[in-house]
Design a protein around this ligand. Structure first.
Ligand code: SAM
Length: 282
């Protein structure tokens, strides 16, 4: 019989956040695949878990993935843990889950600590609809493209960031998003946990003077739907411009007014009245 893959979330700071079920699972499996076995040794020693570990991380995931699948197919139960939080969320796990599905291996994901969910619910930003965007890359062009791709998204936006890249990320965000509200959630569940509810401009100014410390989740308000609609309407040519353009192309009154009304999503009657007023100038 095949073994089973257990995705086990681990604390993001406070060791008391491990769940009973995660502890029971970690104690009962045959093997623990850990992102960094030295980091996980501290957690496992703390909870007196003596199960063998093997490393499974970004740069060995291909060959190690196949090795773990062979083990699972021969009946070994395996738990996956990462340095902190939920496996598969900006962490190894996703590829192994795909391999398990391809090989008909059962997967069980245990609920537990995850930095972005923790930060979001305490941020005060809308939680109904959000987009988790993970880390931005280090490449400036790709970073800006990533930010541009979500510039018009009205959902709350969530990013992960390391302290040494925080300031450049905040500057890029200010450039692309403008001065939106941001919540910087830092050192969650740890001694110096902090939520800084501010604006992108103030955050840039603050971190130009203060060196950032700890791990950050950045929660940014989504684009303003009303402002987007206004920008769109302002970007449209006027009805008069369009009437002149299509009239010059030879369109007659009926087709002309229908085309302009459809294009601008305005009532045909209004466009027709305008047409009557300016028809001698067309
Ligand atoms: N899998 C993890 C999860 O479920 O949240 C995320 C792992 S990712 C490699 C690490 C990033 O998560 C950090 O750079 C930071 O952005 C965020 N993070 C993790 N722990 C955090 C904490 N205690 N406080 C704030 N952010 C944290």
């Amino acid at each position: 019989m095949n073994g089973k893959l257990y995705l086990c979330p681990t604390p993001i700071g406070n060791l008391n956040d491990i769940t009973y079920r995660t502890l029971e699972t970690l104690k009962s499996v045959d093997l623990i695949a850990a992102e960094d076995t030295r980091v996980s040794a501290k957690l496992l020693n703390h909870f007196d878990i003596k199960v063998p570990t093997t490393s499974y991380y970004e740069h060995n995931k291909r060959e190690k993935g196949n090795y773990l699948i062979e083990k699972l197919l021969s009946g070994t139960n395996i738990a996956v843990i990462t340095d902190a939080g939920m496996p598969g969320i900006s962490d190894p796990g996703e590829d192994l889950v795909k391999l398990c599905i391809q090989n008909g291996i059962e997967i069980e994901a245990l609920p537990g600590p995850c930095a972005f969910a923790t930060a979001l619910v305490a941020s005060g930003m809308p939680t109904g609809r959000f987009a988790f965007e993970g880390f931005l890359t280090v490449n400036k062009k790709n970073r800006l493209e990533h930010l541009q791709s979500v510039r018009n998204d009205t959902r709350t936006l969530i990013f992960y960031e390391a302290p040494h890249k925080l300031l450049s990320t905040l500057r890029d965000m200010l450039e692309v998003f403008g001065n939106r509200k941001i919540v910087l959630a830092r050192e969650l569940t740890k001694k110096f946990e902090e939520y800084n509810r501010t604006t992108l401009q103030d955050a840039v100014t603050y971190y130009e003077e203060t060196s950032p410390k700890g791990e950050f989740v950045l929660i940014i308000e989504g684009a303003d739907a009303k402002k987007l609609e206004e920008e769109y309407l302002n970007s449209l040519p006027s009805a008069e411009t369009l009437l002149k353009k299509y009239s010059a192309e030879g369109m007659r009154a009926k087709e002309l007014t229908r085309r302009v009304a459809d294009e601008l999503k305005q009532p045909r009657r209004e466009i027709y009245d305008l047409y009557l007023n300016i028809k001698d100038t067309l």
